[in-house]
Design a binder for this molecule. Structure first.
Ligand SMILES: [Fe+2]
Length: 326
């Protein structure tokens, strides 16, 4: 194929001829695109969705027999959104996963640029996460942070399997491309010492359920607000992810909320229903609901419920893209 010259391009006698030549020099006519680049409002590409802890737990128990943590970096199940073509993100920017480690296991330490956090669902005393060398106890309802590039591994010195929900901004990092990952060198020796150490909760990387419940008791009650009565954990807890604990009063319907941010709701306690853009999802402890960007949604609790909200609001706010439809 011979190179085109400026003169040859300038002499194009028809649009057809010009399009053929443009293609050869890596240009496309902006006035003749097959699909638009701009649209009037968010397209709601990601779908409302619900995942049941009960089912995930059954699957994790099978994986416990079939996959050991020597073979897998983590024994987890990804809550991928049923959006067409998607195999990873729970919403556009955040992925959630159910994870389990068995008694006596150690999920080896590593670090990565994606920010991560976990909500503990079921764990006996003796379950812990080591964050940058500190052994932090994990108890149900606790939220543990492992920010960008912090080294973290998980251990279970209890006699019961431990289950939790992971949340990572990995889909966002994949999009922006600053992805780095590194296994921790001294993985085999490092965790054994921590099995002996008394675990602590005195760390900025953990929000305990006890502390969160106290803060909710003291918070201004707004049961019919979009998130019930709610407090923020951190401010925001991670650069890219905001965390909030919501208390929903029985029988109260929250105000519908529609924003450009993505929201994932994980149930800490209670049962109820969340309506996401017309689809109703009944939920109970450990379940997860995805309310992707621009999907109006509201909640109704059947009993006194605690719901953990994970959102990319900080990203949208920092970039000037956060909008609420009210
Ligand atoms: Fe990790």
């Amino acid at each position: 194929m011979s190179a085109l010259t400026r003169e040859e391009l300038a002499r194009s006698g028809s649009l057809e001829e010009l399009y053929g030549k443009l293609d050869r020099i890596g240009l496309g006519p902006g006035w003749n695109k097959p699909t638009p680049s701009l649209w009037t409002s968010p397209r709601k590409t990601f779908q409302p969705a619900h995942w049941a802890y009960e089912l995930a737990r059954g699957a994790l128990d099978a994986a416990g027999r079939l996959i050991n943590t020597e073979l897998a970096e983590r024994r987890n199940l990804i809550l991928f959104n049923p959006a067409e073509g998607n195999t990873y993100g729970t919403v556009r920017t955040i992925v959630a996963a159910y994870q389990m480690i068995m008694p006596g296991e150690w999920a080896r330490a590593h670090r990565h640029t994606p920010n991560a956090l976990r909500l503990i669902l079921d764990a006996e005393p003796g379950t812990y996460t080591v964050v940058d060398g500190l052994n932090i106890a994990m108890e149900p309802g606790d939220v543990l942070l492992t920010p960008n590039w912090s080294t973290h591994g998980h251990g279970n010195a209890s006699k019961a399997c431990a289950y939790w929900l992971d949340f990572l901004d990995a889909p966002l990092v994949q999009l922006l491309e600053p992805m780095f990952f590194e296994p921790h060198e001294e993985e085999d020796q490092s965790h054994e010492a921590f099995d002996e150490d008394p675990p602590t909760k005195d760390s900025p990387f953990v929000f305990t359920l006890a502390e969160t419940a106290q803060r909710l008791d003291a918070a201004e009650a707004t049961p019919a607000g979009p998130f019930g009565t709610a407090i923020e954990l951190g401010g925001p807890a991670l650069d890219t992810v905001g965390l909030h604990m919501m208390r929903l009063a029985p029988g109260v319907r929250t105000e519908a909320h529609q924003s450009t941010a993505n929201n994932i709701y994980a149930i800490v306690r209670g049962s109820g229903v969340t309506d996401v853009d017309g689809t109703r999802f009944a939920w109970r402890r450990g379940d997860v609901i995805a309310a992707p960007a621009w999907r109006p949604h509201f909640h109704e609790a059947a009993d006194d419920a605690l719901v953990f909200r994970v959102t990319d609001e900080p990203v949208l706010q920092k970039l000037g893209f956060y909008r609420i439809n009210s």
